[in-house]
Design a protein around this ligand. Structure first.
Ligand code: B12
Ligand code: SF4
Length: 472
């Protein structure tokens, strides 16, 4: 069969995508099991700068019989469903499938909006079995395919959940050759991404990853090194590890020892990749030698979820961090000349004005790129589940769940928060230090990142205005 795997149309809030265009690794991974028996095309819309999507153009040129959408951000839901409806109206025979975080946790709107099947959780084996069924290659009964959700006689059927792949090493490598466009973040050469693990051993209350992946599993170092060899052979020079937390201090999985061995092997293998990873602040503080090894292995930037700077806020988030750990982590990374992409949550429920003020003050100080997003209840997180149950639930409109809207209930308070949020962002972007970082910084990655941040901010403003004028 001809199968198109795609991402949602690009939307104005995709600031991360504007600043940091990453390849759709997940689609390349899903394609691998299918490609020997089916014809696969990947269409990644998240990398578009000036238009939303090319779906209808691609349907015409490729003629897919199945289209699989990856939806991991709530705010995409409405647009994806609208596109699904339009596809069904024009091409009723195309089978529509959605996978990723949102259809895993929310079913009704997708099934009412034109989707035929939803894939919940880990997708590789479920999608493969579903496609084998749809193509007639397997005679399995639809009700026996674990991990899918669909409608039968207008009733939603949720099949048995699919267990996780026990040994991640058994997965074949992602089909990166199917990602048509290549790009670079830092100017060293083409960028790609890779996984070292799935899941997270922590349990922050705003995050859905622990609920989505259920438990932390890792790829072996041998498997990762083999993939690195392959990637090098394909000509890639820049690499991002997609892992939620590249190192875990919980005594299992991606332990500091495992990762230290990996870094040593990468250095010894002279891979010469420029790497980016996500790390927790406490892990950085507890493993200073590991950060040195990371730099020697080629890590040039780290995404750290600093989130907040007061003990009360960090406790509310169940982040497991203590005060001052963020400052120390920042110092260690800077000593090692590693650029800090510092992520922060703003206006977390029950945060005080003081907490928010500190987020802005110290966030700017301890990050090389200060990323501030509005608290957004994320489908599948502990907080989302709590808010969903309220009578006047603030999480009913998926459009609002875009990391820029304040969804807290009291309208008057919302306006106040929005104003503080905008002022916080302005105080970063209209700051002489940030401007001078974009012009010159001794760490060229900080300079380039700051320039990208301005590009993202400018595009965000333009698209937001066009949207208000209903032109986008
Ligand atoms: C790469 C990435 C991006 C890229 C996307 C690139 C692209 N071209 O698609 C970019 C940089 C654009 C991006 C942006 C954002 N991201 Co992001 N991103 C990731 C990241 C690091 C890796 C995704 C990945 O490949 N994972 C590995 C694969 C194997 O897992 P997977 O994607 O879940 O796919 C599996 C299943 O979900 C399923 N599946 C997925 N899609 C499909 C489709 C079909 C048809 C089927 C059948 C199955 C299926 O099968 C796959 C294989 O098992 C994840 C973190 C993570 N570790 O996953 C965050 C993550 C997905 N991002 C997240 C967030 C919050 C964002 C932003 C909102 C950040 C922001 N504030 O700006 C933006 C939103 C973007 C937007 N509006 O576009 C959150 C989502 C939170 C949530 N919903 O629970 C995550 C989980 C990070 C986190 N821990 O908070 N992101
Ligand atoms: S925010 Fe990061 S550390 Fe916390 S649960 Fe999510 S992935 Fe894990």
């Amino acid at each position: 069969m001809k199968i198109l795997l795609t991402t949602p149309p690009n939307q104005y809030f995709n600031v991360t995508g504007f600043t940091f265009r990453l390849p759709a690794y997940n689609l390349a991974q899903l394609a691998t099991l299918l490609k020997t028996e089916h014809k696969i095309e990947i269409l990644d819309n998240t990398i578009n700068l000036f238009h939303a999507h090319d779906i209808f153009k691609t349907i015409k040129s490729f003629g897919p019989e199945i289209i699989g959408f990856s939806v991991s951000f709530g705010a995409y839901t409405k647009n994806v469903i609208e596109i699904a409806r339009n596809i069904k109206a024009k091409y009723p025979r195309i089978i529509l499938i959605a996978g990723g975080r949102i259809p895993t946790f929310i079913h009704e709107p997708f099934l009412a909006g034109g989707f035929d099947y939803l894939v919940a959780g880990e997708g590789e084996n479920t999608l493969y079995e579903l496609v084998q069924h749809l193509s007639g290659k397997s005679k399995s009964n639809i009700s026996n395919i674990k991990g899918i959700v669909y409608k039968k006689d207008r009733v939603i059927e949720i099949n048995q959940p699919r267990g996780l792949i026990e040994k991640l090493d058994d997965l074949p490598f992602a089909s990166r050759e199917l990602l048509k466009k290549r790009y670079s973040l830092w100017g060293y050469g083409d960028l790609t991404s890779i996984e070292g693990s799935r899941g997270c051993s922590y349990n922050c209350s705003f995050c859905s990853q622990p609920n989505f992946w259920k438990k932390l599993r890792v790829f072996s170092n041998e498997r990762i090194l083999k993939e690195l060899e392959l990637i090098r052979g394909q000509g890639f020079k820049e690499l991002i590890f997609n892992d939620d937390s590249f190192v875990s201090d919980k005594g299992f999985g991606n332990t500091p020892e495992k990762i230290a061995n990996l870094f040593k092997a990468i250095e010894k293998g002279k891979f010469d990749f420029k790497l980016g990873v996500c790390l927790r602040a406490d892990t950085i503080c507890r493993n200073q030698d590991l950060i040195k090894l990371a730099r020697q292995a080629g890590v040039i930037w780290v995404n750290v979820g600093f989130e907040s700077y007061t003990s009360d806020s960090l406790k509310l988030m169940n982040k497991g961090l203590v005060k001052n750990v963020n400052a120390k982590a920042s110092e260690i990374l800077r000593e090692n000349n590693i650029m800090i992409w510092g992520s922060h949550v703003f206006a977390y429920p029950k945060q005080t004005d003081y907490d928010m003020k500190m987020t802005i003050k110290y966030g700017k100080k301890y990050s090389d790129f200060f990323r501030l997003t509005m608290f957004t209840p994320v489908e599948g997180s502990i907080l989302f589940e709590k808010l969903k149950k309220l009578d006047d639930s603030p999480v009913k409109n998926s459009d609002d769940l875009n990391y820029f809207n304040c969804v807290l209930q009291d309208k008057k308070y919302q306006k106040k928060i929005m104003l503080k949020f905008i002022m916080g962002l302005l105080s970063y972007y209209c700051n002489l230090k940030t401007i001078s970082n974009a012009v010159y910084h001794k760490n060229r990655h900080v300079k380039l990142m700051t320039r990208r941040a301005y590009l993202g901010a400018i595009l965000f403003v333009i698209y937001s205005v066009l949207r208000r004028l209903k032109l986008n």
